[in-house]
Design a protein around this ligand. Sequence first.
Ligand SMILES: Cc1cc2nc3c(=O)[nH]c(=O)nc-3n(C[C@H](O)[C@H](O)[C@H](O)COP(=O)(O)O)c2cc1C
Length: 205
Amino acid sequence: MFFLPMQHKAAGLSRNPLKAIVSPRPIAWVSSRGADDSVNLAPYSFFNAVSEDPAMLFFSAEVLAGGKRKDSLRNIEETGEFTVNVVGEAQFDAMNISSGNYPYGDNEFIHAGLEMVASETVATPRVGGAAAAMECKLHDTIQLPRNADDRGYVMVIGIVTGIHVDDAVVVDGKIAYDRFVPISRLGYRDYGRVTDIFEAVRPSD
Ligand SMILES: Cc1cc2nc3c(=O)[nH]c(=O)nc-3n(C[C@H](O)[C@H](O)[C@H](O)COP(=O)(O)O)c2cc1C
């Protein structure tokens, strides 16, 4: 089958398959702090690393018609800082709770029963018990084109200023995925656990 973007129903697909096609995606569990000192935590799966040195990453937050921003984006625009926490199997329920639609200023760490741990290079707390966390300073935001409903996304590009790794997930100097089991976002309401790992050498190695 072939169809134009958002025309999936005419092709017989009941739900937009884009996120199922672009899967698995890592989940940025973004903690941020507002100018009023309130703390926020929310998951974003339009997320990836974009360069290694300097270490940089992005996530995209949807902006609703009229320009209403998600709390994470509002905070990052106000303070220029955020932290990306890794979601392992043990954090799945808390991550899901933190995606709830809470009023601005409500602290999702508290809703999800999570410990706030102070960061080193930014003022935003990180998630206690997470396998890893990356402290970031805002590099740039890019307003992506809006759709016919006047909704669009803002890409948040961050430069990593500090990296925390839980010593318990390090084996022989490498991150051991089986010590925390990364969770990835698929399409629809689906998620994946990273459990079946294999190694391969490149032709040039
Ligand atoms: C696994 C997962 C991934 C998500 N990814 C995104 C995303 O990439 N962009 C987005 O705008 N919302 C995404 N959401 C929805 C936000 O987490 C949700 O709107 C949340 O309430 C935003 O919180 P905030 O307003 O505190 O920032 C995702 C939700 C879940 C559960």
